[in-house]
Design a protein around this ligand. Structure first.
Ligand code: GLC
Length: 649
């Protein structure tokens, strides 16, 4: 339970109540002004509730009122599945989250989300000091947990665009959809610099080149709002109710783990770290990013969740980051091997390293009890607790959470709006990379004729919204099928693009004989990786999963074909390239498949340039632009272009 209030505060409150009652009794016809002045006087007694007070004054006033229990509770984040409004009231926990796929219910609509978040928040507001909780969610390519939200291309495709303004607009659209559901905080952007495509999270990385990742931090300005010019460097900033607090992750070097093994060890010297994995954090802090999430990985054998030198001495003391540092999901548990072998040590190491908020994410009492014991035993100084709580409160006050803790349904129409879907469609177009267009002797195949007699659309990924969205969509690992959310599959987009007179034959995996006999003008083959997230995506051989390779072979050996590859990274393609007439890397385009058809049929030209090196064989990995030994199939920056067909769009 929250600690008993200290006597002076009780006395002040008691006097406040006596005073209010006395005034009310003395003035029989109390005018509006006198009662409001009493109210104001009471608020003046609690400066932290007064929005006219400077934030530092509000923080100081509130912290002076908080018990140790309330301070440690603010450092505690649990998943919504473990929370109740009563827990929020009794403990005054600082934050809740939806982990990947943690929904109010299947196909929850916007109203369901708002209702859920508000119920938890009302619990927090009824706590002794009424500190609002901060609800966070992984909106990493749109509001991807939410049914019928706009699903934007994953970062691996956005990096190809090299368009900071585009990602800023995507950030702004995402913020509107997230706020529509009552949520003010997102665990995005991932600013990992993926240096090995065997890493299961490589699609969450914008590029192997830190300069592109730095450009893409512009999404923070979209999510949080543009930092006012007179802002102090490193101070968090969120521009009100249409914007959300962002989270640059995962600090630091997550994309450099050995052989791309997720949550493993990044071996790199200080120069390499500062040149490759750190620069995007400079940009994020300059843009006022509110929070930074620590990586599961280790740096030269030291767990990042226990890395005082980098989290406190460098990020906080040197870079002057003034927001709060949050752990990853059960991240402190993984400080030890085996996981949670010594939780007391994990809590001590994580908090001492400089973590301010712990994504526990289930057993809040265990975490709170252990941390309380460490403070009472003087193992962790009160100054560390106060630093953490000050940072958390700074974000909450800055973003106006005390003034606007509850959501309404005024933004319902933002979720999956046509304007956002059009923006996503633009992003899909710009994310495509044309790797081959016709064999040397032939004229280019793309843009495709719109009015052929008969075409074949084939492949497991041609008519599967779940596959084209990839991981972190509706569920943590992603899904298969077209009924988990709404959008346009690539097949639907093609059907809309071609002339009504054209006959379209669709088959996931047609037999070669059928293709030979079908008298086709051309074929479009859409194949690739099946959805995955995090460690489930770690892959040492990077081949196109079956039946994709069979489909390519069955189709492309007997008809002109363009292959569209849906993947979170470059895959082994060289052995099959000669059989294809054209090849497009579409990455994980999201819900708006029309963007693929727009380029295929010439409404728009192909413009994308690789933001990742396309290797020949996995034996070459890791291989990145600038390496001394560099022999790719398609180099970083490669991409063929086509011109829009005049009068077609
Ligand atoms: C996950 C991821 C992190 C995410 C967090 C909350 O394990 O590592 O990127 O923000 O948990 O879902």
């Amino acid at each position: 339970m929250a600690g008993a209030p200290r006597a002076p505060i009780l006395l002040i409150l008691f006097l406040c109540i006596i005073w209010t009652s006395t005034v009310m009794l003395m003035v029989t016809a109390t005018s509006a002004e006198s009662s409001s002045s009493v109210e104001e006087n009471c608020t003046m007694m609690m400066k932290y509730k007064d929005p006219k007070q400077p934030i530092n004054i509000r923080m100081k006033d509130l912290m002076s009122r908080m018990t140790l229990a309330e301070k440690i509770a603010q450092m505690t984040q649990i998943d919504r599945a473990s929370a109740t409004p009563e827990v929020m009231r009794n403990y005054s926990l600082g934050s809740l989250l939806s982990g990947g796929g943690s929904l109010p219910m299947t196909n929850a609509n916007v109203e369901d989300w708002v209702k859920m978040v508000n119920e938890f928040q009302k619990g927090s507001l009824s706590s002794r000091l009424g500190i609002p909780m901060l609800y966070g969610i992984d909106a990493v390519h749109g509001h991807n947990n939410v049914y019928k939200a706009t699903i934007f291309p994953h970062n691996v495709g956005l990096g190809v665009t090299r368009d900071p303004d585009l990602v800023k607009r995507i950030g702004a659209a995402t913020a509107l959809e997230v706020r529509a559901t009552g949520i003010p905080y997102v665990f995005a952007p991932c600013i990992a610099v993926c240096r090995d495509p065997r890493w299961g999270r490589c699609y969450e990385s914008y590029s192997e080149d830190h300069k592109i990742v730095q450009q893409m931090t512009e999404i923070i300005s979209g999510l949080q709002g543009e930092l006012p010019t007179n802002s102090t460097n490193g101070v968090p900033y969120v521009a009100g109710k249409n914007k959300v607090a962002a989270c640059a992750k995962h600090f630091v070097g997550d994309g450099g783990t050995t052989e791309g093994i997720n949550e493993n060890n990044t071996v790199i010297d200080w120069h390499g770290l500062l040149n490759i994995h750190m620069p995007a954090y400079y940009n994020s802090i300059i843009k006022g990013v509110s929070t930074i999430m620590v990586s599961y990985s280790s740096l030269n054998g030291v767990k990042m969740h226990a890395n005082y030198d980098l989290v406190t001495r460098f990020l906080k003391d040197t870079l002057k980051f003034r927001g709060f540092v949050i752990s990853d999901w059960a991240g402190i548990d993984k400080i030890t091997t085996p996981v949670k072998a010594n939780y007391t040590y994990s809590v001590q190491a994580g908090i001492s390293a400089g973590i301010d908020m712990v994504m526990v994410p289930f057993n809040h009492t265990e975490f709170i009890d252990i941390l309380t014991g460490l403070v009472n035993d003087n193992v962790i100084p009160m100054s560390r607790i106060d630093d953490a709580v000050r940072r958390i409160l700074r974000v909450k006050f800055t973003m106006g959470l005390f003034e606007n803790p509850l959501a309404d349904l005024s933004m319902v129409d933002q979720v999956g709006s046509q304007a956002h879907r059009d923006l996503a469609r633009e992003a899909v177009r710009k994310s495509l990379v044309l790797l081959k267009n016709g064999n040397n002797t032939d004229s280019p195949l793309l843009p495709l004729p719109r009015n052929p007699n008969r075409i074949l659309v084939a492949g497991t990924h041609a008519n599967n919204l779940g596959y084209q969205c990839g991981g972190w969509t509706i569920s943590w690992q992603g899904l298969s099928g077209n009924n988990h959310t709404s959008g346009t599959t690539i097949l639907n987009a093609i059907s809309t693009a071609v002339d009504p007179s054209t006959e379209i034959i669709y088959s996931e995996n047609p037999e070669a004989d059928f293709v030979k006999s079908a008298k086709l003008s051309y074929a479009i083959v859409v194949v690739g990786e099946f959805p995955y997230a995090e460690t489930a995506g770690d892959n040492l051989n990077l081949t196109i999963p079956e039946p994709g390779l069979s489909t390519i072979s069955n189709v492309c050996e007997s008809v002109k074909c363009v292959v569209i590859l849906i993947s979170g990274r470059p895959l082994v393609i060289e052995p099959y390239l000669s059989s294809m007439d054209a090849l497009v890397a579409a990455w994980l385009p999201g819900s708006e498949g029309q963007g693929v058809a727009d380029a295929l049929f010439g409404d728009y030209g192909f413009t994308g340039k690789l933001a990742r090196t396309w290797f020949r064989t996995v034996d070459q990995l890791p291989m990145n632009v600038g390496d001394s030994h560099y022999d790719p199939l398609f180099p970083f920056g490669f991409g063929l272009t086509t011109q829009p067909v005049l009068g077609s769009s």
